[in-house]
Structures are given as C-alpha cells and as structure tokens.
Design a protein around this ligand. Structure first.
Ligand code: PMP
Length: 386
C-alpha cells in the first residue's frame, strides 16, 4: 500500500519529486552564496514564466491573499476608484482588500453564478467610472469560471486603468502573457500551477505599476507589503548580493527554483496546451456520464479546474466516497451554491494518468451513491479525448 491519495483539489496540488526533494534539503543561511544564486535565478525565471520581460518580480513569504494585498497596498491610495470584474468568491475578496486600502470599489458582476460579465458591460463601467485600478480574477476557484483576460486587459488599458490579474488559480496553467496582453500586475501563489507547496506570494509588476507606486503621495498602509522595503531586497538578490528585510522562505525558494526550471523546460506554449488538453479530457469524461458543469458555457470554463453539479439524488457525501476511492477532491465554495457542486483541480504536474484515475474514482463513488449511468463511459471518453 502506498498509503497516500491522489491530490486533485484546486490547490495545493501534486508536486514533482524534485520539488519535494528541494523542500527537504538542509536549510541554509538566507545570505549563503549558493542561496543568493538560487534566489537570483528565481527572480529571472519569474519574468519568463509570467512572460513579462520588463516586469519587477516580488517573491515574498506568504500566500495568494498576501499577493493580492501587496498589489492593492502599493498602488491604491485612499479615494482611488477601482473596478472589480467579479466572477465569484475571490473577486469579492479582492474588493474587500481594495476597500481596506481606501479604494472606492465598483463591481461588474455576471448575471448568474457560473458566468463572466459581458465585455460591453465592463467597457460601460470603465467609461463611466474611469477607475485607477481594474482587477480581474483569471480563474475564480470557487466557480471554475475563467475570465477573458486578454480582452479585458486590453479594455482596461484603453481606459487607462492599471490592470491587475489575480492568477492564483491560473498562472503557469492558463495562457497568460503579461507584457503582450498589457497586464500591469500579475500575481499568484506557490501552491497551484506554479507547482510548489503553499507559502509564497508571487507578484510581477510592470513599469506602469511601478510608476504608480513611485508617484504615491502617502506611505503604503502596511509595512510587510510595502515595496519600499521589498524592492531593494529583490534588486540585491537579482544582482547576486544578500539583502534582508524579512527572512526569505529558504526551502520554498529552493523548491520554486526547481519548479520554474521544470516549467521553462516544458515551455510555456506546451504547458498551456497540456493544461487545455487534460482539462478537455476530464470534462469529456464527466459529461459522458451525464454530469453538468457549473460554468455556463465552454468559453468561460477554466483549464485548471472543473466545477461540477452533483447529479439528482447525489449530495456532498460524494466527496467522501471519492476520497474512499483514493482521490481527494473539493466540495463547493461559492456561498450561493456550496452544497450543490464539487470541484476537481487539474493543474501543475498533473498527468493523463491522474485524469483517468480521477474519473474512475468519481465513477466508483457515483455507483456507491446510487446514481445510474453506464459505468466506464467516463473513462472511455477520457481515453478518446486523450
Ligand atoms: N485568488 C484565487 C483565485 C484563489 O484561488 C485563491 C486560493 N484558493 C486565492 C486568491 C487566495 O490564495 P491563498 O489561499 O493562497 O491566500
């Protein structure tokens, strides 16, 4: 018995053996020569993974929420207007953070949970409000809805808003080309498609975001998030010199160096394509056994996770039955529908074998739950799609 389960929640995800080995290395000094080199490489590779050649990376101990806080804290001042393109739970979180830093927030909501707001409504809001900042949740992990970041970012730019993308459930999985797409700030956390255990907040700020930060009239309202503290540290390590503001997460940065190199060896285009094709295979599998997705149309379905309604007669106990079959999946998260759906993450190091195993486990659990369907049809659809 391997005595472990396949982890298929929308983060943390399964990590590669090399990443986990880096986590288990003897921890060195954060100013040791070999660690300085690793941190420097990480900062350089971040630009390549975010496809942001002129971006300024920040790699800081924390989580995705800290990355969001850092984004808001450094460019927003009291009274600034912000537009939140709202696709669910994590868009609401961004609004809360922006408001805490003094922004006046307007939401552009989808009409129903599971959809994204129509592009013309976002444009109308931008035109009416002329916000300083616009936030987009690339993939809302609560609903599995993906926003059309490329189109939205272009619109934000047209109206001179600083475009901030929450890529916590997307970066290094969903296609995102920060500089080409005009994204001023992209942020994520380590534990999802980036492929490193939880504990790092990752932000890449483009030149316009750094400019907005430099032109602030008041100090940043959080010492830990303040780029005034962190920028010299990032510049020091990238210049292969030590620096100290708050202790770097040494082993996590070592693991990030391994993961970013694995990502770049795969290549960004190939990685985006792998996420698309494994997601399509998983979705084909669950649809073949009659299950329905929460996102209302294929063009708003994420590649990094799938949100699926329980079929009639089946309830949230299904998550436990899938766990009994050896695969960990997640229940619902969006408050409006929490008890009605479940979520499966498929990002980072995920393989075709993981997709087959997960659909097989869901089929076994559905049989136990009393749902009637053609057993094996899901797995067969996955195989055909692959
Ligand atoms: N944004 C999105 C889209 C997320 O999925 C998450 C975490 N699930 C967060 C923000 C917050 O990240 P963390 O839990 O690492 O603070």
């Amino acid at each position: 018995m391997k005595n472990r389960k396949l982890l298929m929640i929308p983060g943390p995800v399964e990590f590669t053996p090399a990443v986990l080995r880096a986590m288990g290395m003897p921890t060195t000094s954060h100013v040791a020569a070999n660690f300085i080199e690793i941190y420097g490489q990480v900062l350089e590779d971040m630009r390549r993974v975010f496809v942001s050649p002129s971006g300024q990376p920040f790699v800081v101990p924390g989580t995705g929420t800290l990355a969001m806080e850092m984004a808001a804290a450094n460019v927003v001042e009291a009274g600034d207007k912000a537009l939140v393109v709202n696709t669910g739970y994590f868009s609401d979180r961004f609004a809360k953070i922006l408001e805490r830093h003094g922004a006046i927030v307007t939401h552009c909501h989808a009409k129903v949970v599971g959809d994204a707001p129509p592009i013309h409504e976002v444009e109308a809001a931008l035109e009416a409000i002329r916000p300083k900042v616009m936030t987009i949740t690339h993939v809302d992990t609560s609903t599995g809805v993906a926003a059309n970041v490329r189109e939205l970012a272009a619109l934000g730019r047209k109206y001179h808003a600083l475009v901030i993308v929450d890529g916590v459930c997307a970066t290094a999985g969903e296609e995102m080309r920060q500089e080409d797409w005009g994204i001023d700030m992209a942020l994520t956390a380590s534990q999802k498609a980036i492929g490193v255990p939880p504990g790092l907040a990752l932000v890449v700020a483009g030149p316009r975001a750094m400019d907005a930060f430099r032109k602030r009239s008041r100090p940043v309202g959080s010492v830990y998030s303040d780029w005034t503290e962190w920028l010299p540290i990032m510049q020091a390590y990238e210049g292969r010199k030590p620096g100290y503001f708050a202790t770097p997460a040494v082993n996590l940065i070592w693991a990030l160096n391994v993961s970013l190199k694995e990502i770049l060896v795969e290549g960004m285009d190939a990685r985006f394509a792998r996420h698309r094709s494994l997601s399509a295979a998983f979705k084909a599998g669950i649809e073949a056994i009659g299950l329905r997705q929460l996102p209302v149309r294929p063009d708003v379905q994420a590649s990094t996770l799938t949100a699926i309604y329980y079929p009639d007669g089946v309830d949230k106990n299904l998550v436990k039955l899938v766990d009994d079959a050896g695969v960990l999946i997640a229940g619902g998260l969006h408050p409006a529908l929490r008890e009605k759906y479940f979520r499966v993450g498929h990002m980072g190091a995920v393989t075709a074998g993981d997709i087959v195993a997960t659909v097989a486990a869901i089929e076994s659990a559905l049989v136990k739950a009393g749902y009637r369907f053609e057993k094996g049809a899901g797995v067969a659809a996955v195989q055909r799609s692959l």
